[in-house]
Design a protein around this ligand. Structure first.
Ligand code: 4NP
Length: 150
């Protein structure tokens, strides 16, 4: 049974904190008690709040990202969480390289949950600048994740 989920992107200031906040809100709406967190494969933004334009786009859809702080993913995360969801194939490859052989966490892509053929990653709005589009995609995926958890 999945009770804890860690979302992982590159910087932990755009996609994964958004996924964490969206899942938290939707889990609460469904009365589900899940432990949720996010982290980045990189360490450039450790300790920083989510990127300003990402916070603004999140607030416009009702998500408060302001209290989140970036951290780097660690080997211990593979034992602490039931499920680790990567935002893109590069994040997935970096996590696979870090994953210990006796990891208890399952490693998957968030987009695996979308029934949208051809969508194989959550686009990075740090580069695309489409913060709202990324949030919309994360919202659709979040519903599917929660559907599967029951
Ligand atoms: P994220 O976006 O992985 O969705 O948090 C990024 C934010 C910052 C950088 C890369 C990706 N960066 O290189 O600073």
């Amino acid at each position: 049974m999945i009770q804890s989920i860690l979302f992982v992107c590159l910087g932990n200031i755009c996609r994964s904190p958004s996924a964490e906040a969206v899942l938290r809100a939707k889990a609460r709406d469904r009365g589900l008690d899940l432990t949720l967190d996010s982290a980045g494969t990189g360490d450039w933004h450790v300790g920083e709040p989510p990127y300003g334009p990402m916070q603004k786009a999140g607030a416009a859809r009702g998500y408060d990202l302001s209290g989140l702080r970036a951290r780097q993913v660690s080997v211990e995360d593979f034992y602490r969480f039931d499920l680790i969801l990567a935002m893109d194939p590069s994040n997935y490859a970096n996590l696979e390289a870090l994953r210990p052989s006796d990891a208890t966490a399952r490693l998957e892509m968030l987009t695996d949950y979308l029934d949208e053929p051809g969508v194989g990653e959550v686009p990075d709005p740090y580069y695309t600048r489409d913060f709202d589009g990324t949030l919309a995609l994360v919202e659709r995926a979040a519903e599917r994740v929660l559907d599967r958890l029951g």
